[in-house]
Unconditional design. Structure first.
Length: 364
């Protein structure tokens, strides 16, 4: 009997859970948008280091005389920023009753074990999924607000809060955030007066004048897109004579806007459960974010205490594995009451390296 109890513990360990997650990972077929905009990067510490540059306009090289020392150019406003990355950790466990059920099933044949084990694993892997969701929530917070704020749920009884403000002097918000007002807002009530194409072209021109960059993409969700496409100005632009009698499909209207503005639309509607246990969208309604081509920053993963002290270490009752690429999965046995505990931890945050090229517009 003792051998079988050991076998149960061996069936639920960090390496097996990590492997199970990699095999069933739902993000393989439907990846989070932020994973491509903020590619993963490992860091050997718990600090997020970021270089904040200038607006990106080239400055001409100064003329000089022969046989003279070259004048030093200043750093053009380039600054190095450092923030402490948030630390996240939760645990789950297989209690004594579940262990007894698994023990009985092991005596019922291999097929029963194969059917029951995935049910056990599926109770534990949501912790890994929660770490993925947390990183995505922070990435979309950066793109929709320019900052990160996370706070522990009240039910945990812990007063833990992290605030990362990438715009400490307010200069970025003053130059990179816009708001439509009055009859210009993208609402159904203003469908007869607003002009989304004119708004986007005007903002693009302002961005070009101020930064020398031209945004290529617009991030928004389907609610905002739907309200935008109700604008009568779009239908008039597509067919000035018969727009009132013709019906245009959503895809036709969206293609028209993209063609007229030269912007690719990224419609993102994935949802998650936030700290207040509310089901919400990663990217909020009634605003858009204009983005340049390529990556915006990095998803930086630091070293968790479990990875630092337990990964590959001998003489410990716990074992640890790393997934995706900086989420630590740790399992260990507790003697009283007897259970197998699983801990998932992450130190991480997105960097906002190209923040000067990102522009947020509140459209309603």
């Amino acid at each position: 009997m003792a051998d079988r109890v050991v076998d149960i513990a061996q069936l639920v360990n960090a390496q097996i859970l990590a492997s199970y997650w990699e095999n069933i990972n739902r993000y393989q077929d439907n990846p989070n948008l932020g994973a491509s905009l903020f590619p993963a990067r490992r860091s050997n510490n718990t600090d997020l280091q970021m270089i904040k540059g200038t607006k990106g306009l080239p400055v001409v090289l100064q003329p000089s005389e022969f046989d003279t020392k070259a004048p030093l150019r200043d750093k053009m406003g380039i600054t190095s920023l450092q923030y402490g990355m948030p630390f996240f950790r939760e645990a789950s466990q297989i209690g004594e009753k579940e262990r007894q059920e698994l023990f009985k099933l092991m005596n019922s044949g291999e097929e029963f074990v194969k059917r029951f084990l995935p049910m056990i694993y599926d109770q534990l892997t949501p912790l890994i999924e929660g770490a993925e969701a947390r990183m995505e929530q922070m990435r979309m917070s950066v793109l929709s607000t320019g900052a990160i704020r996370v706070k522990a749920s009240a039910e945990t009884g812990r007063d833990v809060q992290y605030d990362l403000n990438f715009d400490q002097d307010g200069e970025w918000a003053a130059s990179n955030q816009f708001e439509l007002t009055g009859t210009d807002t993208w609402t159904e009530a203003n469908a007869g007066t607003n002009d989304p194409i004119a708004d986007l072209l005007e903002i693009k021109d302002q961005i070009l004048d101020e930064t020398g960059h031209v945004p290529t993409r617009v991030l928004l969700n389907s609610t905002t897109l739907r309200n935008m496409l109700k604008s009568e100005s779009l239908k008039k632009g597509m067919n000035p004579l018969y727009f009132e009698s013709l019906r245009f499909s959503r895809s036709e209207l969206q293609s028209y806007v993209q063609q007229e503005t030269g912007l690719e639309f990224i419609v993102y509607d994935k949802m998650f459960v936030n700290d207040d246990k509310e089901t919400v969208k990663y990217y909020p309604d009634n605003q858009i974010t204009l983005l340049p081509s390529g990556a915006i920053g990095s998803s930086v993963y630091g070293v968790t205490p479990e990875e630092l002290d337990l990964l590959g270490a001998s003489g410990h009752a716990a074992n640890t594995s790393i997934v995706n690429p900086g989420i630590a999965v740790t399992t260990y046995r507790e003697p009283h009451p007897v259970n197998i505990a699983t801990i998932v931890s992450m130190v991480g945050a997105p960097s906002f390296d190209r923040m000067e090229e990102v522009f947020i517009v509140k459209v309603a």
